[in-house]
Design a protein around this ligand. Structure first.
Ligand SMILES: *Cc1c(COP(=O)(O)O)cnc(C)c1O
Length: 418
């Protein structure tokens, strides 16, 4: 959180005061620190410095803003994409096609074709039939698709159920015990170069043990595949490393993660792919908001802010915690509930929380909103689509416009027969 700091009694992002952004861009608005993105990108890479052959594919879904992607492309990152739209973003940001990994449990044939024609570096297959179809689509075009098979290692990542992906009942990957047979059937297909396996067991992991357990299962599978005569050249270890959302959260450091990976993968003799999302983006952004009212409540007052669940969905979706801090705190604290204007009880960011004292018209931020924030925003309640700002040193730019409710209304029409 160092790139968001108090100076002369007010919160700044790098060299730009939040008050200036609020005055010039309005609220609510996401504010990102380019330095924070760069720092985490480098820490992730440095953590893996003793691992021989790696490729870093930033999971775009965490924060797909084009300017953010450009910052990470300049850090040498490729991308993990889960839709044709994300693929288009990665390419538009200047990421080389062969550094892009195409994940996703529901890639359509049209998306596979776009990926093939763009020269995507790796397709992560989620089921056997996808491999058959991809092989055919590639062969028809005289191409060979490089692919890995995503396996479900059946480990409990110990995270929120809605972001847990590596248990056998989850929709992702093929059961690890069926992987050798599926691999054998896909390996010889013309148009397909099946080079290894992939896992991703969940997000916001606060403990390395489930990852290490999953890696051990992958190693046993790799040994079995090699014993069966397959050439295994790559293993994709996915993403999932968590970040601190509140005091007392102790996520793995990227140095500890890297050390664990180095230990767990020693001697694997493969290219290792990584797909970090939240670990790079989480603490690189805040959501800047203005207090509309402080409404008396039965137990505690409701601080009604101009950001809502349509701008930041995580609390409504996962009961997630985001620290709430005043931009110009007066040193006093208050007990309050924090809520947005949307007509849903779920549009509540905090209940019975001690926070900086705020009053009508004050600015505040929700911290740790750089990942799974703006990317999940909607226009529910016919609210504007929230804009994004990127700060870099003492300058900033609006890197995504606020899309007004009127603009969205203009894309709708009443048929003439009504
Ligand atoms: C979401 C996702 C990631 C990124 O997860 P983080 O927890 O943000 O690191 C990586 N790989 C795949 C396949 C994903 O679905």
């Amino acid at each position: 959180m160092d790139h968001f700091h108090y100076q002369d009694g007010a919160l700044w992002c790098e060299g730009v005061p939040m008050t200036r952004i609020a005055a010039e861009v309005g609220t609510p608005v996401y504010v990102y620190s380019a330095a924070a993105f760069r720092q985490r990108a480098r820490e992730f890479r440095d953590g893996l410095s003793t691992v021989p052959d790696t490729h870093l594919a930033y999971a775009i879904k965490a924060n797909p803003n084009l300017a953010v992607l450009r910052v990470l492309a300049d850090e040498g990152y490729g991308a993990d994409v889960v839709s044709g739209g994300e693929m288009a973003r990665a390419l538009a940001a200047g990421m080389p096609a062969d550094g892009i990994v195409f994940s996703g449990v529901g890639k359509t044939e049209a998306e596979l074709v776009r990926g093939l024609e763009a020269g995507i570096g790796q397709f992560n297959l989620e089921l056997e039939e996808e491999g058959v179809v991809l092989a055919r689509l590639a062969a028809e075009r005289g191409l060979t698709a490089t692919a890995v098979l995503r396996v479900n290692p059946d480990v409990d990542a110990g995270t929120h159920a809605k972001i847990s992906t590596g248990r056998k009942e989850n929709k992702f990957g093929v059961p690890i015990d069926q992987a050798p047979a599926i691999f054998a059937r896909l390996a010889g297909l013309p148009g397909l170069s099946l080079e290894g396996v992939a896992i991703h067991i969940g997000s916001q992991l606060m403990d390395l043990a489930p990852l290490e357990a999953a890696y051990a299962r992958v190693k046993r599978l790799v040994d079995e595949l090699r014993a069966a005569g397959h050439r295994i050249a790559r293993v994709d270890l996915g993403g999932g490393v968590g970040v601190a959302y509140k005091a007392g959260d102790v996520p793995p450091t990227l140095a500890d993660y890297g050390a664990m990976v180095a230990r767990a993968t020693r001697g694997w003799d493969v290219k290792l792919m990584f797909e970090p999302g939240r670990a790079i983006a989480g603490n690189a952004g805040v959501l800047l908001t203005e207090v509309i009212w402080v409404k008396p409540g039965v137990v505690h007052p409701y601080v009604i802010v101009d950001a809502a669940m349509n701008d930041l969905a995580r609390p409504a979706l996962y009961d997630a915690w985001h620290d709430f801090a005043a931009v110009t705190p007066d040193g006093e604290r208050m007990m309050a509930n924090i809520a947005g204007p949307v007509c849903e009880t779920g549009d509540t960011f905090a209940m019975a929380r001690e926070v900086d004292r705020v009053a009508k018209g004050d600015l505040a931020v929700f911290r740790t909103a750089g990942a799974y924030g703006a990317t999940m925003a909607s226009t529910y309640n016919s609210r504007a689509l929230v804009p994004e700002v990127l700060v870099d040193g003492d300058r900033y730019a609006v890197v995504a416009d606020r899309i007004a409710a009127e603009t969205i209304l203009a894309a709708e029409r009443v048929p003439e027969w009504l």
